[in-house]
Structure formats: C-alpha cells, structure tokens
Design a protein around this ligand. Structure first.
Ligand code: FAD
Length: 375
C-alpha cells in the first residue's frame, strides 16, 4: 500500500482524531470529516487509565494531560449507604509503577483538545455530516449532508454510537437502550466541606454513582450516576434534569454523596445505549472503530480507551500493510481487537469491575502501540 493512499476519517471524536494523528505522522494523506461546526468542550470528567495513556504517549499528548489532570491516589469502592470501604485500588505513583503509565482524570474537552492538536489543522472539514458512500473498484465517493463530495481510497468510520458508516457496513439497526440513565453534574469543590476523596464509586443494589475531581487543581468535582429508568424518556443524547428531583432520588445515600449533590447546579440526564458485539468490523474499503462498532456501557470507564486503542491498532495494521494488500489490514485489525473489546463489553454489562478486590492488570497493563500483533 502506498503512503499516498487517501484515508477519510468520519468523525473527529476521540477515536477519529487519534487515528488521524497516528496515520498522518506515518505519512498517509488523511482527511477528517466532522458533522459539528467546530470543536466544542462537551462532556465532563473522563478517566484516562494506563492503557489509554500509553496511546496518548504514542500520539505525543500524554505530558500535557499529565500536567493538568488529577492523579488520584486511589480508586475507592464504597457501599452506597453505610460508606463501608469495599475495595481500595492504589493508584498514584504505585499505580504508575505497576501499570507502566499513570491513571489520571481530566475533562473530556481537555482530552479532545489535546488529541485535536496532534492533527494537521487544515485536514479537518467541519460541518460535514456524512450521508452516504458510493464505493467503486478503485475508491469511494463520500456524500455529505451539506452537498459536498470527496474521494478516498479507504474510509474509517469513527462516527460514534449512531454511526452512519456502521449502517453502510452492517445495515441499519438502532442502538439498544439499556434501561439506565446517567445523571451528570459538575460541582464547585469549595462548596463541599469536608472535601471528598479523589475518586470514589458508591455501589448500591441496583444503581451506583461516581464522584471525582476533574483536574489536578481539585477545584471541580464531577458526579455521574447510573440509575434504572426502564422507559426511555429523553429524545436526544441528553436532557436537563430538575436538580431538586435528582437530590430527592439520593435519599438513603451516604451523607458524603448528599453533600456533593447539595452543591450541584445544573444536572443533566443521559440515556445509556449499547449494542450487542458483532464479529465484522469492515466491508471492502470501509472499516469501523470505537463506539461505531462496540458502544460500551460506561461502567468500566473504558469507552474512550477502547476507541483510542482501536485507533492505534488500526493505524499499526495499515502502516504494516504498506507493501501488501491495503484491505487485508482491516480483518487483521479486527482479529487483534475483538477478544479484548468483547471482554470489556461483557464486564461493563456485569458492572462489577473494581467493586470488590480485583486485579485490573488485564485492562490497564496493555499498550496498543507496542503489543505484538497477530497476523
Ligand atoms: P466519539 O468520541 O463519540 O466521536 C464520534 C464523532 O463522530 C463525534 O465528533 C460526532 O460529532 C461525529 N459524527 C457522528 N456522526 C457523524 C456523521 N454522520 N458525519 C460526520 N461526523 C459524525 N465518556 C466518559 O467517560 N466521560 C464523559 O464525560 C463523556 N462525555 C461524552 C460526551 C459526548 C458528547 C459523547 C458523544 C461521549 C462522551 N463519553 C464520555 C463517552 C466516550 O467519550 C466515548 O465512549 C468515546 O468518545 C468513543 O469514541 P469514538 O471516537 O468512538 O466516538
């Protein structure tokens, strides 16, 4: 495969920007097409586990995030009502020694901005929502909602949970509502006295919530829940939620949780979707990564990590396929990713990761940029 191969990446989210950055650095002609009009600071807190940090090192943006992120001393699991400590996973320097990279928490917007900074600015076309793809023997023609068209040799569908590229590869099938919603709010830390621990997951019988600081300054706390809500009541990705109603739902939770929620301003509610795993991630010149092929329940905090690991392994397979059949890179990429993403998907559904004594090495101790690849 020649390096001047034209690669179109659909979706400039976390996985798409990672793939674009790594492939551009290897000399591929990459263009990114993003439906949004510009990069936006969306979302809230996100965990950068050591396996994700290894890829950020390869992209060259790990140091910047390590400087601004929170380095939690530990991940604490506690009973939702009594506060009994169920498990304490040491992180900080001990975690970095154990897993080969730090575990940090940042704002998703800071992660996205760091990844975007590694992509050539003139290679991103904003306001381009992919509508369709015409594939021919020698390439693809991309059709966008704004009327624009573009040509590419291969297309990477990094367009998230409602992926259009996935529909073209696997057919139209809506993601599955899991019967759970995530409430999200950001809380000024100064308003919470005494200050909570760095990162705690509070486990209830049918619900849980997570509270952690989003930056090394420890000035903002992020509270995110998973509460059962059998009927889907939110039409889009999220909806505002009445903060007092939310606080009422926390009756019975430990006082530390209620103290944090008492200081919350705006609360939003996000329905959680996933899909059954599929064994096929590509078709001809089209290939999928991240939420487009395996959207995860967020209970292991590995959605972004799996998308970013996918991007690294796909880039390696494409780089190594230089002298051979370019399209052979796609099944090889899936062969190298399926077992791991399926396992993460299963454990995310079970929602017991780190609840009690757990060795997370199988998740954290993995470097997608250097792990030996199957042929
Ligand atoms: P995404 O990062 O979702 O990127 C997909 C991109 O494709 C988006 O930029 C989208 O605009 C674009 N796109 C979609 N359709 C088209 C189209 N037809 N044409 C062109 N572009 C298209 N996880 C956390 O742990 N904490 C968080 O705070 C958090 N916040 C999130 C906020 C948002 C708004 C989203 C979408 C996800 C969030 N997640 C969060 C989940 C986590 O970020 C995802 O698991 C991870 O981003 C998956 O990466 P991805 O590259 O597969 O998809």
């Amino acid at each position: 495969m020649r390096r001047e191969t034209r690669v179109a990446v659909i979706g400039a989210g976390l996985g798409g920007t990672t793939a674009a950055a790594l492939l551009q650095r290897a000399g591929f002609a990459v263009r990114l097409y993003e439906q949004a009009p510009a990069f936006e600071r969306i979302g809230a807190g996100i965990h950068l586990s050591p396996n994700l940090m290894q890829v950020l090192r390869a992209v060259g943006v790990a140091d910047r995030l390590e400087r601004i992120g929170l380095h939690p001393d530990a991940f604490l699991s506690r009973a939702w009502d009594s506060g009994e400590v169920l498990f304490r996973l040491p992180l900080g320097e001990a975690g970095e020694r154990r897993y080969g990279a730090p575990y940090i928490n940042v704002h998703r917007g800071d992660l996205h901005a760091a990844l975007a900074s590694a992509v050539a600015p003139d290679s991103i076309a904003f306001g381009h929502r992919l509508a369709g793809i015409e594939t021919r023997g020698d390439g693809c023609r991309l059709l966008f909602g704004n009327g624009a068209t573009a040509e590419a040799d291969i297309v990477i569908g990094a367009d998230g949970v409602n992926s259009r590229v996935r529909e073209l590869v696997l057919g139209v099938e809506k993601p599955r509502y899991t019967g759970h919603v995530a409430h999200r709010c950001i809380v000024p830390a100064a308003a919470v006295d005494p200050p909570p621990a760095d990162c705690t997951k509070w486990w209830g019988p049918d619900r849980h919530l997570l509270i952690y600081y989003m930056t090394g300054r420890r000035d903002e706390l992020y509270l995110v829940t998973s509460f059962p809500e059998p009927e889907l009541t939110v039409a889009g990705a999220w909806a505002p939620c009445d903060a007092d109603e939310f606080r009422a739902e926390l009756a019975g939770f430990h006082p530390e949780v209620r103290r944090v929620a008492a200081a919350a301003g705006a609360v939003t509610k996000w329905p959680v979707f996933d899909r059954e795993p599929v064994p096929v991630w590509s078709e001809g010149r089209l290939v999928l990564l991240g939420d487009a092929c395996h959207p995860l329940r967020p209970y292991m905090a590995q959605g972004a990590a799996m998308a970013i690991e996918d991007a690294a392994v796909l880039a390696r397979c494409l780089i190594e396929a230089l002298a051979s059949d370019p399209l052979a890179a796609f099944p090889r990429y899936a062969r190298n990713r399926l077992e791991r993403t399926n396992r993460v998907q299963r454990v995310s559904v079970a929602n017991d990761f780190l609840r009690g004594p757990t060795d997370p090495a199988w998740v954290f101790d993995y470097d997608a940029w250097t792990v030996p690849l199957l042929d």
